[in-house]
Design a protein around this ligand. Structure first.
Ligand code: AMP
Ligand code: GLY
Length: 416
């Protein structure tokens, strides 16, 4: 497996329990992963080196966590060497790699999404804002580590965004083209499926808590918490599959970009029905930390079938229990995180029943666990209902301390 976050720790935790698994290697992994798998010091974006490593150990199947190696073409490197890898080719990963590509793709295939204009300079952006009105959303075309999207509520905020995107060039090459998009209103859901190029297998429903502070206040982050399942009105999952997911898989195949891997649709449930906000070409983080623990049975056969084009031969069943993930972030996040702060209480947290802890931005310094990144730990509670799971998670969170620790208090609350 490739990656080093809490998503990858959760996947490694699940995979390490798979029947028939001989060895699990994770590149580069993290201190939590190293307790359950062999960590290999190769960076996640070193696609050729990773492929050579997989050849040398005759790795059976490779799972890719983050988007960057996929957008760089790691699936193509592995395919060239005849190795099985779960994740789309570079051409198919354009769905996450270019928001302009995806918007135009949606138009070509009649997939419901917000109206948008492409801006290459400030004049075009100003004209787009004038046409769409506020609120309006700015999106850097390329990968921007989850930070390229800005929702502007007022004309002043839109003006500031124009400066940020086109004068300060805050997103470098990723921001050469910018989507100026209609702001959609409604509830947001993370809809993830496995696809083998033709068929799809939906994963359990989940919701992400993207803003830093309670009640969806503060700046956008990579994700401060998650809950699974979320109550989807009856028929809604079927509508999302019919109107959004299936036309995407079919459209990509028709355009010679057959999609094999995880497809994650960020969907806004608007009054006019579900509309696509964005696609990701991989599992969500922190959604994975709540979805994977709910999977009954092994993950490995599902992933292998995805990569091999044999999804029709497997099925997934989900535990009835709920899972809630609370992300513990470092001081300073989503800006520059406070590093090197000692973390205590993790053992006490883990000792509670129904708790799982996954590492992300942690490091070992002279044998002691310290903070080493923005999102430090994912604390997962499991229970009969989201409220019960949240109680378990927050009891565990209360045991953990590090200087500057930030987390949301409202994850999974108010859902029954
Ligand atoms: P993305 O990186 O595209 O997921 O965008 C980050 C977040 O910005 C999304 O999860 C939404 O909460 C918000 N967002 C993106 N596009 C829109 C839109 N058209 N209308 C309202 N909110 C949006
Ligand atoms: N949790 C949002 C993402 O993984 O993109």
């Amino acid at each position: 497996m490739i990656g080093s976050g809490a998503r990858e720790h959760a996947l490694a935790w699940k995979l390490s329990r798979a029947e028939g698994l001989d060895e699990l290697y994770v590149a580069p992994g993290n201190p939590g992963v190293s307790a359950i798998a062999n960590c290999v010091p190769i960076a996640a974006d070193a696609t050729v080196e990773l492929a050579e490593f997989a050849v040398s150990l005759r790795i059976d199947v490779t799972v890719v966590g983050p988007e960057l190696p996929l957008v760089l073409g790691i699936a193509d490197e592995f395919a060239r060497r005849g190795l099985l890898l779960v994740g789309p080719t570079r051409a198919a990963a354009e769905l996450e790699g270019s928001k302009v590509f995806t918007k135009e793709f949606c138009l070509r295939h009649d997939i419901p999404t917000g109206q948008a204009l492409v801006a290459r300079d400030r004049d075009q952006a100003a004209a787009a804002v004038k046409k769409l009105g506020v609120p309006v959303v700015f999106k850097a075309d390329g990968l921007a580590a989850g930070k390229g999207v800005q929702v502007c509520h007022t004309k002043d905020e839109a003006d500031a965004a124009i400066v940020q995107y086109f004068e300060d060039h805050a997103f470098g090459a990723a921001g050469e083209r910018v989507l100026v998009e209609e702001c959609l209103e409604g509830e947001e859901v993370s809809f993830m499926v496995l696809s083998d190029g033709t068929g799809v297998l939906p994963l359990a429903s989940a919701r992400d808590y993207k803003r830093l502070a309670d009640d969806d206040q503060g700046p956008n982050t990579g994700g401060m918490g998650a809950v699974s399942p979320v109550p989807l009105e009856s028929g809604l999952a079927a509508t999302i599959l019919r109107a959004i997911v299936h036309p995407t898989i079919a459209g990509l195949a028709a355009e010679g970009r057959t999609y094999r891997g995880v497809l994650y649709a960020g969907v806004m449930l608007t009054r006019d029905g579900p509309k696509l906000l964005e696609y990701n070409c991989r599992l969500g983080d922190p959604e994975t930390q709540v979805v994977i623990p709910r999977l009954d049975g092994d993950l490995l056969p599902l992933l292998r079938a995805t990569a091999a084009g044999e999804l029709g031969s497997v099925r997934a069943t989900w535990k009835r229990e709920a899972a809630v993930c609370v992300v513990l972030a470092a001081g300073g996040y989503p800006g520059t995180p406070l590093r090197g702060e000692p973390i205590t209480g993790l053992g006490d947290a883990l000792a509670q029943s129904g708790v799982l802890t996954f590492h992300a931005g942690t490091a070992l310094q002279e044998g002691a666990l310290v903070t080493a990144g923005g999102r430090v730990l994912s604390i997962v509670g499991r229970g009969a209902t989201p409220a019960e799971a949240a109680g378990v998670a927050y009891d565990a969170v209360a045991k953990i301390r590090f200087n500057g620790m930030q987390y949301r208090r409202d994850v999974g609350r108010g859902m029954g």
